[in-house]
Design a binder for this molecule. Structure first.
Ligand SMILES: Nc1ncnc2c1ncn2[C@@H]1O[C@H](COP(=O)(O)OP(=O)(O)OP(=O)(O)O)[C@@H](O)[C@H]1O
Ligand SMILES: [Mg+2]
Length: 294
């Protein structure tokens, strides 16, 4: 079913095809401008600027507490994270007034640093509902879900690719999952939802080396010309398989430097001392946010 432009004039969601998975062929952009974010009265982000286009891989690095997860939460619309200045836009649509579901329907996806457990909600039910809503953005509550046979086939094939036991689909979401299993579940969601912009918040942490390889290869297969990726990481393995065209360094709630893949290698090898030296004001703000012993 194709949506006619007239039917979506009161809806910010761009034209898509339902259930095909073949969405968003038009050129697209996730644009973060001068973003200031506050969490429970504490200002954390202090003017972040970043543009991501489909087909690009961006790495986001920075010391603990510099604001990387805060940026991820602000992007997906966590209600605790308040934008006090600046904007986040997808293709000119301001996300500020949209909730996480609406943002997801616009093609945004966040793989959490700390995925939550949802007892009582089976993985398969959750995925079928999420896939239906993302692929058919104008679906109303109670309307039919994507066909079971189509869903099962896609789920089985994708789990196979990610070396996941099909048994996981019958379990409650993340309940009793190991740290590594939770991270794989995030990648499974990403593979099925096929977002236009994916943010991976330390998806490689807590994984054993085999799992890092599976996730890295899985991501590199998915991250084609249709998807823009922001990889938040302290490690190098994920970036070995998914070489970033851009590496950004966050310090004190701001992106203070942007370079290519060699910047990521340099930071891994040498740490953040030279970045702090080059940006003393941001380093001072960062220090205030760090525990006294750090
Ligand atoms: N609810 C909150 N109240 C007060 N401060 C908060 C809150 N949530 C986060 N912060 C602070 O915001 C800062 C940025 O945290 P954030 O989780 O974004 O860092 P990060 O760059 O993702 O770090 P890491 O590399 O350790 O994951 C930290 O100093 C943190 O303590
Ligand atoms: Mg974090």
């Amino acid at each position: 079913m194709s949506l006619q432009p007239e039917t979506i004039t009161s809806n910010p969601i761009p034209q898509t095809e339902s259930f095909t998975g073949e969405v968003y062929t038009m050129s697209s952009v996730l644009k973060i401008s001068n973003l200031h974010v506050r969490v429970e009265e504490t200002p954390i982000l202090n003017g972040v600027n970043l543009e991501i286009h489909p087909g690009e891989i961006h790495a986001l690095m920075g010391p603990n507490g510099s604001g990387k997860s805060t940026l991820a939460y602000a992007l997906i619309g966590h209600p605790k994270y308040e934008i006090t200045e600046g904007s986040i836009e997808i293709d000119g649509v301001d996300l500020n007034d949209l909730d996480a579901c609406e943002r997801s329907r616009l093609g945004l996806f966040l793989a959490f640093q700390y995925p939550v457990t949802i007892p009582g909600v089976k993985v398969a039910d959750f995925l079928r509902l999420a896939m239906t809503n993302v692929r058919n953005p104008n679906r109303k509550e109670g309307e039919s879900l994507m066909p079971m046979r189509e869903f099962r086939t896609e789920l089985r094939e994708t789990m196979q690719q990610l070396n996941m036991d099909p048994e996981f689909a019958r379990r409650y979401l993340n309940e009793g999952f190991s740290g590594g299993e939770k991270k794989r579940m995030e990648i499974l969601q990403m593979a099925l939802l096929k977002p236009k912009f994916a943010i991976l918040d330390e998806t490689d942490s807590g994984l054993d080396s085999d799992a890092v390889r599976v996730v890295s290869e899985g991501l590199s297969k998915l991250a084609g010309p249709e998807m823009g990726v922001l990889i938040i990481t302290h490690h190098e393995r994920l970036l070995e398989y998914n070489e970033p065209q851009f590496t950004h360094v966050m310090l004190g709630g701001k992106i203070v430097e942007t370079g290519d893949a060699s910047l990521a290698h340099d930071l891994h090898a040498n740490g953040y001392a030279s970045v702090r030296e080059r940006h003393p004001d941001d380093a001072a703000r960062q220090r205030k946010a760090e525990p006294a012993s750090a």
